[in-house]
Design a protein around this ligand. Structure first.
Ligand code: K2U
Ligand code: ZN
Length: 164
């Protein structure tokens, strides 16, 4: 198991759009194990392959209290969304910056598991927020991109100051 390096803003590689996974092989399974290890070590409740500079449509998630409900979504697609919820978000790629983001309150996601089998997940509350947050990463979008121009500029200025 290997801990992977997590990219942080302003790294432009975070804007890369991920490509679909075509080969469900041992290498993919090893990568998924490393993604989970990296997420739990961060610690976080989600991680997208984009964040570790691998531009494939893979996300790992575990929103459980006991960290015993791992969920891996490959080639995920939101097929239904309903309602709205506003949630304070952070991001492992945007350290120490938090902001309220509006997202759908419940969603249905279709994806494949690590063996390539089709799965369908219904999610609401924090799981729905996390899935939408991670699927944004696969499109090269970070949560700051949902903020007003003024709020985004203030957040990026704060981030730059912390890097000094
Ligand atoms: O993509 C990431 O950086 C992982 C995020 C996922 C996330 C952000 C906001 C809301 C839900 C999920 C990290 O897990 S941020 C750290 C964190 C930890 C516990 C609860 C919320 C956020
Ligand atoms: Zn994130």
């Amino acid at each position: 198991m290997t801990l992977l390096n997590i990219l942080t803003l302003p790294d432009k590689r975070l804007k890369t759009v991920a490509k679909p996974v075509e080969k469900f092989d041992a290498e993919l399974k090893k990568f998924i194990k490393d993604m989970f290890a990296t997420m739990y070590d961060a610690p976080g409740i989600g991680l997208a392959a984009t964040q570790v500079d691998v531009h494939k449509q893979v996300v790992v998630i575990d929103v459980s209290e006991d960290k015993d409900q791992p969920l891996c979504l490959i080639n995920p697609k939101i097929v239904e969304k309903e309602g709205q919820q506003i949630h304070e978000e952070g991001c492992l790629s945007v350290p120490n910056i938090y902001a309220k983001v509006k997202r759908a309150s419940s969603i249905v996601v279709e994806a494949q598991d690590e063996s390539g089998n089709a799965i369908s997940i219904e999610a609401d509350e924090l799981l729905a927020v996390c899935i939408q947050h991670e699927l944004d990463h696969l499109k090269g979008i970070v949560f700051l991109d949902h903020l007003s121009t003024i709020k985004r500029k203030m957040a990026l200025k704060k981030l730059a100051k912390e890097d000094d």
